[in-house]
Design a binder for this molecule. Structure first.
Ligand code: GLU
Length: 311
């Protein structure tokens, strides 16, 4: 490590708090065995800590989410045996639990980041923008941003709300732009994963400046998930290991928002017979297909235990 390299210091939530975990499916397809295993682990960790499990429907992307898949995810996870204490179907103190209904809170978080000078307006290629409201899973992860529009960053900007207009960034009226987080090249994000142990990622090498708000006026996955995890007082995030780099990205947001970060527990992925991780297109291993084929919840759990060697 270079001695001048910045180490990102993120405050952690005190361990003595009531455990609040979450399952956060995106309703863009039927859930498969891999999701089911991660969510089951989240459920078991909340239960063994005598804590609360929150169900958050991550229907952020209006083009890819459907109410049918949202209803199917709730139904399939209940069938599997999951129970949650807060969620879109049961309500709770931190409602709404549909992410698309939390836009105002996402906007408030965005404005805080603009005001503190961490955001720039980006007019670069549109290709990656469609992907920005989806969680980047493993091989689908985005390339490191080359920094082209970084200069368009405003420090201590009291007029943050106006910055949602192109002209406030020196762009012609009507220009399409996304808003990205400005990261510091070489900054190290380190954390102790409760499943995988010590982790270290470097800004500018493992990930770059990433989208917080899409050019079509939709919050990005990274921004929404952090804003919601903070607002819902999540103390531990259980997710697939394909989101490890996203966790590093998100820890930068906790640091910049001066919010204590939850603990992270990344689960190994379920793979198919060819060693490929499952995707929503792995239809034969969807919970829906397994249910329809007459499998019981116990049999489904035995299937992922057989693949991953766990119980
Ligand atoms: N909803 C996202 C997904 O399905 C990610 C959940 C998370 O942040 O843990 O991939």
């Amino acid at each position: 490590m270079n001695p001048t390299q910045k180490i990102v210091r993120v405050k952690l939530l005190p361990a003595a708090r009531e455990y609040r975990g979450r399952v956060a499916p995106s309703p863009t397809g039927f859930l498969h065995l891999g999701h089911a295993r991660t969510f089951w682990i989240a459920h078991e960790r909340a239960r063994s800590a005598n804590g609360v499990l929150i169900y958050r429907n991550e229907d952020l992307d209006p083009q890819r989410s459907t109410p049918e898949f949202a209803a199917a995810a709730l139904e399939d996870l209940r069938w599997l045996g999951l129970e949650w204490q807060e969620g879109p179907d049961v309500g709770g103190r931190f409602a709404p639990y549909d992410q698309s209904a939390r836009r105002e809170m996402h906007r408030t978080t965005l404005l805080a980041l603009i005001t503190s000078g961490h955001v720039f307006a980006c007019t670069c290629s549109r290709k990656d923008i469609a992907a920005a409201s989806q969680a980047p899973h493993g091989a689908d992860d985005e390339p490191v941003y080359p920094g082209t529009c970084r200069h368009r960053c405003l420090i201590n900007d009291p007029q943050a709300a106006a910055r949602l207009e192109a002209t406030a960034w020196g762009l012609a009226p009507g220009t399409k732009f996304s808003l990205r987080l400005r990261t510091s090249d070489g900054a190290l994000v380190r954390f102790a994963d409760t499943a995988l142990g010590p982790q270290s990622f470097e800004a500018g090498r493992d990930f770059g400046d990433y989208v917080l708000w899409r050019h079509d006026d939709v919050p990005s996955y990274q921004l929404a998930v952090v804003a919601d995890d903070i607002a819902m007082r999540i103390t531990e995030v259980v997710r697939g290991e394909d989101l490890l780099v996203s966790t590093a990205r998100q820890l930068l947001l906790y640091e910049k928002l001066r919010a204590p970060a939850p603990a992270f527990h990344h689960c190994t992925l379920v793979r198919d017979d060819h060693g490929q991780r499952l995707a929503k297109r792995s239809e034969s291993l969807s919970l829906r297909a397994l249910r329809e084929a007459g499998r019981t919840p116990n049999e489904v759990r035995a299937m992922w235990a057989a693949v991953n060697g766990d119980a």
